[in-house]
Design a protein around this ligand. Structure first.
Ligand SMILES: Nc1ncnc2c1ncn2[C@@H]1O[C@H](COP(=O)(O)OP(=O)(O)OP(=O)(O)O)[C@@H](O)[C@H]1O
Ligand SMILES: [Mg+2]
Length: 267
């Protein structure tokens, strides 16, 4: 469904985010990226929709081809949902308005400034229903819990009708029980819709529980790629023991589109 060929990322003269890496992801597969802080999980994840531009290599997407033109990138991003650690919702907007933002890639900028058609609202409401939040559709998101916010984030990504879903530590700020519920819902929906999913996690137990395939990264290289059952404790120990000692600042997340006046069409 999507393939990276010799993709590498260099952030500066001596900062390597990812050594040349070739990976392919199958339709409907639930992939989990594991690795210590600074290993390269976000770098790899963000290469998949080119939020981080690879320094070398190419990205091939089914029905798009090589993502090497603006048109190919637009097409690829339209069908790629992204879920962030800090959900990136607009707090003063309702859940429905936030989910409607997922539809913007299907409209011109000018069109998005006016009420979106009723059909769009149906898609958004359906997505909220799938994450069990239909009754919160008209609630401002600053009144929702952390788990509910993350589920609105999933609904927004689903509203894109994605083929690929990327999630960078989507449950990092949730308690263990809520994390399990959110991941289980995400996996269930992606399986149902045949969406290829790549999720980075810090919780090895959750990775083992939910992943079809685990890709472990250390120092910008893939050091394990296979089933959760064969990932040994010894290798995990190795991966996490090799963590760099220095901390690192969070990578800023690009802002959401600014056309936020998504009025609800009352016709
Ligand atoms: N924008 C940037 N500029 C310079 N170096 C960067 C940048 N982003 C990441 N790096 C470096 O690239 C390497 C991989 O970082 P990345 O964010 O991919 O790690 P990660 O596995 O996602 O870590 P974490 O678990 O902390 O989120 C690190 O050494 C990091 O310092
Ligand atoms: Mg990261």
């Amino acid at each position: 469904m999507i393939e990276l060929k010799n993709v590498s990322v260099r952030y500066g003269a001596d900062a390597i985010g990812l050594h040349p890496t070739s990976l392919s992801f199958k339709r409907g597969e639930f992939n989990v990226l594991l690795g210590a802080s600074g290993a390269g999980k976000s770098t790899l994840l963000r290469c998949l929709n080119m939020l981080t531009r690879p320094t070398t290599g190419s990205i091939h997407v089914q029905d798009v081809g090589v993502v090497d033109t603006a048109a190919a990138l637009r097409l690829h991003r339209r069908r790629t949902g992204m879920i962030f650690q800090q959900h990136q919702l607009i707090r003063r907007h309702t859940a429905l308005q936030n989910v409607l933002l997922g539809r913007i890639g299907y409209h011109t900028t000018l069109r998005s400034m006016f009420p979106l058609p009723r059909a769009e609202q149906h898609i958004a409401l359906e997505c909220l229903e799938r994450v069990g939040l239909l009754e919160k559709a008209t609630e401002r998101v600053d009144r929702l819990s952390g788990g509910q916010l993350q589920r609105v984030g999933i609904a927004r990504a689903l509203a894109q009708q994605p083929r690929l879903m990327l999630a960078d530590e989507p449950v990092a700020s949730l308690d263990p029980a809520t994390s399990r519920r959110v991941l289980s819902q995400l996996k269930h929906i992606c399986l149902e819709d045949g969406i290829t999913t790549v999720v980075s996690l810090h919780q090895v137990d959750l990775a083992r529980e939910f992943a079809d395939r685990i890709i472990a990264i250390a120092h910008g290289r893939v050091v394990y790629d296979g089933s959760p059952n064969e990932l040994s404790d010894a290798l995990l120990q190795d991966i996490y023991d090799q963590a760099p000692t220095s901390g690192r600042e969070e990578i800023p997340v690009p802002p959401l589109p600014s056309f936020t006046q998504l009025a609800i069409n009352e016709e």
